[in-house]
Design a protein around this ligand. Structure first.
Ligand code: KG4
Ligand code: ZN
Length: 336
């Protein structure tokens, strides 16, 4: 039988991406154009700038994805696109491109939730074996999601304030590293030691929620007080201590959640899944505390935003003939 090929498009934030995915699991191409350089001087993503870049890039990126995969429009089975969550102006560029292609080439249109996409990035490496517990950690999200089957999502815990990636980026700004700070803090943490005593909020609470704003304030106060007293701080040690506090909370709650639901797999995803310290700590904790639970961690190129993960998630819709119509719109506040 003919292999099912999906053209997937992702434009929810500051990456313009298009991919061709075969049977929901094989990446034929995955083109990602980052806009980071344009946003860096503002210290964060400027929505208007993001939309303009997506408009400039989208057609080129889609053409490149088709070319690299050596696939033509008439070989496609469907077009998939991120409908949300994300920046509304950014989402609309992808959604309209997908609608135009679906209409012009008479293809089914598939709407994908960005968070589900992050989870399904793992399917590009190894088949998901339900039930699973997924920790989604990105610039906008920190969620523990239990999935009994491929189309059932239960949020069992989430952040009550900042997302993890957001906290990394904010303290990165305090330490003067370029936006987004996560990757730089991760590198600095590996040069430093956990010497500052930062809070591990809610670590012993009887729930699976997170809070990172207290940690962020404590970090900012430490830096501020030292400046006032003219004390020298070791930036690498600060980064290591911050990262240790984040990882302690994430790992302890995730392991507890996986135990509660007796899952087959523990699945890490999202931009912060690239964090070396988190990857190592989770591997160690799973080996020590979870018998018979397989840990899936995506390769670095599939942690951050990309269209391949959208194509992987969209395959479920294709199998179920769960299609969107031309009223499809960007949904900035969409949840799972
Ligand atoms: O998933 P993603 O690309 O975009 C969103 O959907 O938000 O995640 C981006 C986030 C940023 O906050 C970035 O600083 C963080 O992921 N990040 C990291 C690392 N690499 C990226 N955070 C910690 N350690 C890293 N190595
Ligand atoms: Zn994302």
């Amino acid at each position: 039988m003919k292999k099912k090929l999906i053209l997937a498009i992702e434009t929810s934030c500051d990456e313009t991406s298009a991919a061709i995915i075969e049977e929901g699991k094989i990446i034929l191409s995955n083109i990602v154009a980052s806009q980071i350089k344009s946003h860096q001087r503002f210290g964060g993503v400027v929505p208007e700038v993001a939309s303009r870049h997506h408009v400039e890039q989208i057609t080129l990126i889609i053409e490149e994805a088709l070319l690299e995969a050596d696939v033509t429009y008439n070989e496609l089975s469907a077009v998939a696109v991120t409908e949300g969550p994300g920046l509304v102006g950014a989402l609309l560029v992808g959604v309209n491109a997908a609608k135009a292609i679906a209409f012009a080439h008479d293809l089914p249109l598939i709407a994908v939730n960005h968070i589900k996409g992050h989870i399904f990035a793992n399917q590009l490496v190894k088949p998901l074996n339900f039930p699973i517990m997924s920790l989604v950690v990105s610039g906008g999200h920190t969620e523990l999601i239990y999935m009994e089957s491929e189309d059932s999502y239960e949020i069992i815990g989430e952040t009550r304030d900042d997302a993890v990636g957001e906290a990394f980026d904010k303290i990165g700004r305090v330490l003067g590293v370029p936006y987004p700070g996560g990757r730089h803090i991760d590198q600095m943490a590996h040069e430093g030691k956990d010497t500052y005593d930062f809070p591990r909020a809610m670590i012993r609470d009887d729930n699976f929620d997170f809070s990172f704003s207290g940690l962020k304030s404590s970090f900012i106060n430490t830096v501020h007080n030292a400046k006032q007293k003219n004390e020298k701080l070791d930036h690498n040690d600060l980064a290591a201590s911050f990262q240790a506090a984040v990882i302690d909370v994430l790992v302890s709650k995730t392991i507890r959640a996986a135990k509660l639901k007796s899952v087959n797999q523990l699945v890490l995803s999202g931009g912060v899944a690239a964090n070396k310290g988190l990857r190592t700590a989770l591997k160690k904790a799973v080996a020590e505390e979870l018998n018979d639970v397989e840990l899936l961690i995506p390769p670095l190129e599939l942690c951050g935003d990309n269209a391949a993960m959208i194509g992987a998630a969209a395959y479920i819709n294709l199998k179920n003939k769960d299609y969107a119509d031309y009223t499809l719109n960007g949904r900035p506040g969409l949840t799972v």
